[in-house]
Design a protein around this ligand. Structure first.
Ligand code: NDP
Ligand code: MG
Length: 391
């Protein structure tokens, strides 16, 4: 039986809805077995009526009754709360868990799925940022594959097919540069959330869109790459490529470079993670060199976009430092999206957390959970103390 049961954690999000499009196009290959959302009950109900999953989980318990009522009399069991997500990913019927929820909340469900031996299609990069060592060790122990959904990492994964990882000299992660590429610090002082939410090449969830504008996204991806491909920080280079056609590259020890290219469309890496090691024929729009007479590359501006530097620093420090950076960033982005923090102040929050939260060199899962909590409280307080003005 080649029908694979997929659990989509975060089915109502940008990655989740695109994964469901891939499933619609390949009904004989994939079955949406579990769908989960945080609070978007309306969309979760709509998706459940259409895809008839065995389980629909609404994280926000206040929305449970609404979902339960709407799906009464259907074959879908309705559950609620993060614990339910952590439990349901272990269901023996599940083949692949697609982690498409946003942020630190993805950590515990991912651990649970790995322990149950599920193949992980990983979109939730924050999980590897926070606890990459713990996650990759656990995956090895349980003989579990972690297949990247992030387009850059999918590109690298594809370049490495048939190659020996020990022959990697370095990888080159491409970054679009986001909506503020080329801007100076002075020009960034007054940018608003509306400016930042307009990404030139990708339509994504709000958090990752802001991360792209600050280059934090690329910083998180550097750490994600370290763990996925077992690299050191000096083997990871970031290059700005505004057209987002070259999705990333690998340079081998003989000097040869491989790239994976295509039009920006997340459905391709999502599908590849679900069908690996095979490829599926698609009717996605094809890239044509003639439409792009210029593919350009430039150095990232680390003086202006400080978050990328913080991510490299966190990677070099190791321990719980990436967890601190991640939590501080989640609070900073939420603050910026709520108009209670300026664009540039997001970096100040992260920097301050890095300097003040207790550093652990060998964190356990409990240490990560504590660090995350502690950092969030510290960052919230910093925001409260900042002079408030309308942005
Ligand atoms: P969205 O914000 O669009 O969607 C997030 C999904 O997760 C929604 O289904 C949301 O539910 C759910 N969710 C949010 N918070 C929680 C929580 N605390 N507990 C449980 N579920 C929660 O995000 P994206 O789809 O853009 O991104 C998802 C992940 O994929 C992120 O880690 C991102 O970095 C990564 N990624 C995304 C890319 C993209 O193109 N979008 C590209 C590469 C990586 P609800 O709708 O109810 O709020
Ligand atoms: Mg990416």
């Amino acid at each position: 039986n080649s029908l694979k049961n997929i659990a989509i954690l975060g089915s109502t999000g940008s990655i989740g809805t695109q994964a469901l499009e891939v499933i619609v196009e390949n009904p004989s290959l994939f079955n949406a077995y579990v769908l989960t959302a945080h609070s978007n009950a309306d969309l979760l109900i709509q998706q459940s009526l259409k895809f008839k999953p065995a389980y629909a989980v609404i994280c926000n318990e206040d929305k449970y009754t609404q979902v339960k009522k709407a799906l009464a009399g259907t074959a879908t069991k309705v559950l609620s709360g993060i614990k339910a997500i952590i439990d349901i990913v272990t269901d023996p019927q599940i083949d692949i868990v697609l982690t498409a929820m946003v942020g630190f909340a993805g950590l515990e469900p991912t651990i649970s799925a790995i322990k149950a031996g599920k193949t992980i299609a990983l979109a939730n990069k924050e999980t590897l940022v926070v606890a990459g060592g713990l996650i990759t060790n656990l995956a090895k122990q349980h003989n579990v594959k972690i297949l990247p959904v992030d387009s850059e990492h999918s590109a690298i994964y594809q370049c490495l097919i048939g190659e020996d990882y020990s022959s990697i000299e370095k990888i080159i992660l491409t970054a679009s540069g986001g909506p503020f590429r080329g801007k100076t610090v002075a020009q960034l002082a007054n940018v608003t959330r509306e400016h930042a939410l307009k990404h030139p090449n990708w339509i994504m969830g709000a958090k990752i869109t802001i991360d792209s504008a600050t280059l934090m996204n690329k910083g998180l991806e550097v750490i994600e790459a370290k763990w996925l491909f077992d690299l050191s920080a000096d083997q990871i280079q970031v290059i700005v490529h505004p057209q987002s056609i070259v999705h990333s590259l690998v340079q081998f020890e003989d000097g040869s470079i491989k790239a994976q290219m295509g039009l920006p469309d997340m459905k391709l890496p999502i599908q590849y993670a679900l069908t690996y090691p095979t490829r599926l024929k698609t009717n996605f729009k094809r890239f044509d060199f003639i439409d792009y007479p210029e593919l350009t590359f430039e150095k990232p501006d680390l003086m202006t976009f400080r978050n990328l530097g913080f991510a490299f620093e966190a990677l070099n420090r190791g321990g719980n430092m990436p967890c601190i950076v991640n939590a501080a960033n989640e609070i900073a982005v939420a603050g910026f999206l709520a108009n209670s923090l300026s664009f540039l102040a997001m970096s100040e929050i992260i920097e301050s957390c890095m300097r003040h939260i207790d550093f652990h060199t060998q964190p356990t899962l409990d240490d990560y959970l504590n660090t995350d909590k502690e950092t969030r409280i510290f960052a919230q307080n910093l925001i409260k103390q900042m002079p408030q003005k309308a942005y």
